[in-house]
Ligand binder design. Structure first.
Ligand code: GDP
Ligand code: IMO
Ligand code: MG
Length: 417
């Protein structure tokens, strides 16, 4: 048994891509098991930057990669990604993986534009594709690569989708069923070589003692059940999602690594208790280059939130933290949220209701600003005392050890603790 999962512990963009790439060196297989091309994972090696949406970050290390059943896959986006990638890719895609169709993207945008309380989705068709999967109206990878079935499915589903889009949102499709079939059929032919039963392959690989790394997308508080609903995504980024997403049993997972940014960011709408405004927000956004990988939107920034992190530990069962972006906080006067107060009650966890969140007063602990030169850091011992105090406080308060520390975007800017 040697399955390791990398999970975003906050609102996404914690640096999962960087940490997955770092860990992939010791892995045999890297798997994506939920989400789709709403994800944007950035990896930097010797100043060369890779931005991945669908491909598991293990491709950079040349590892075998897999796209599991729990993913929603836009083959148009995957094609671009494969074409842009110069190396050969050793990949399989599960036949059960659901396919993002053009009508999903049109509906995602139309719903966002029509809503008074828009979520700020990535408009990649993620929600509508997962909704169709639950409604049993989906098209799967096994259909995409079967010409007759693909035609049958598109002809059955398209008229209904087009009519609903026209009647409800006055935005009919700008493609015909035939055009969609032609485009997707061609992609299906190209991708049929990738067909493979991911659940079966992972299970066999684990039986043979291979190391399998599961790369989460999004973050814990974007989970469809346990995030800040309705400002969430439509899949399950928490660690439980790996079993349903990849088709493996939960007891095959040994390590659950929570990726935690040294502060907090969020893209899109929704509650953000420790959000900063003004100069301080601008400073962190600038130093941390906090602009969305997928959509280029400026990320909202805030302080580290321990009630949120304790709750994240409860949902995910982290066995260790990989802490990222420590370098960004250099020379900044720092605070960490330690608890919330609602009325007279002090609470240590993230409230489940948005009403409570709105009423919550936040209690903070201040820290002395720290500084270090990333070039001089070779091991944990090289960090100054103030950095160690900050990190050890997080460990004590979350009861999870920090094992990996990232202090720059490049693969080399990483030490083990
Ligand atoms: P993901 O979606 O969780 O993989 O994260 P993203 O790639 O969307 O966002 C993280 C951003 O921070 C990327 O631009 C990374 O290159 C960058 N990054 C990752 N770790 C560090 C770090 O320790 N320091 C700095 N300065 N940047 C980092
Ligand atoms: P990675 O894997 C940050 C956010 C969107 C929006 C909400 C719903 O790079 O961490 P969706 O398109 O999924 O229906 O949008 O979720 N969101 C992300 N935020 N990182 C991501 O992925 C995200 N994927 C979706 O901004 O608020
Ligand atoms: Mg990202």
């Amino acid at each position: 048994m040697s399955g390791t999962v990398v999970i975003g512990s906050q609102f996404g963009d914690e640096g999962k891509g960087k940490i997955t790439d770092f860990l992939a060196e010791a892995a045999d297989i890297v798997v994506r098991y939920q989400g789709g091309n709403n994800a944007g994972h950035t990896i930097v090696i010797n100043e060369k930057t890779f931005k991945l949406n669908n491909l598991p970050s293990g491709v950079i290390q040349g590892k075998k990669v897999m796209i599991a059943a729990g993913v929603v896959l836009d083959p148009r986006n995957l094609e671009k990604e494969i074409n842009a990638f110069e190396q050969e890719i050793d990949m399989i895609i599960d036949p059960r993986t659901h396919i993002i169709m053009p009508w999903h993207c049109v509906l995602d945008s139309a719903m966002e534009e029509a809503s008074k309380n828009s979520i700020g989705t990535t408009k990649r068709g993620i929600g509508p594709c997962y909704a169709d999967k639950a409604l049993r109206k989906g098209i799967r990878f096994e259909d995409l690569i079967n010409e007759n079935r693909l035609k049958e499915k598109i002809n059955e589903i398209f008229p209904e989708k087009n009519r609903a889009l026209e009647l409800v949102y006055s935005t009919p499709m700008n493609m015909t069923a035939e055009e969609i079939f032609n485009q997707y059929n061609e992609l299906g032919k190209k991708f049929s070589k990738y067909l493979g039963d991911v659940s079966f392959e992972i299970s066999n690989a684990l039986d043979d003692g291979e190391k399998v790394l599961f790369e989460g997308a999004q973050g814990t508080f974007l989970d469809n059940d346990f995030g800040t609903y309705p400002f969430v995504t439509s899949s399950h980024p928490i660690s439980g999602g790996v079993a349903t997403g990849a088709g493996i049993s939960i007891n095959r997972i040994e390590k659950i690594i929570g990726v935690i940014k040294a502060y907090t960011t969020r893209v899109g709408e929704g509650p953000f208790p420790t959000e900063l405004q003004g100069n301080m927000a601008e400073l962190i956004r600038k130093q941390g280059n906090e602009y969305g990988t997928t959509t280029g939107r400026p990320r909202r920034v805030g302080l580290l939130d321990l009630p949120m992190m304790r709750t994240s530990v409860r949902f995910n069962g982290f066995t260790e933290w990989a802490l990222t972006k420590l370098d960004v906080l250099r020379k900044i006067p720092l605070s960490i949220a330690t608890s919330y107060k609602i009325g007279n009650k002090k609470i240590q966890f993230f409230p489940y209701s948005s009403d409570s969140l709105e009423k919550a007063e936040i209690e903070y602990k201040d820290f002395k600003p720290f500084d270090f030169e990333p070039e001089n850091i070779v091991s944990y011992d090289d960090f100054p005392k103030e950095v160690k105090n900050y990190l050890e406080f997080i460990e004590k308060e979350t009861k999870v050890p920090i094992k990996i520390i990232s202090f720059g975007p490049d693969r080399k800017d990483t030490v083990l603790k």
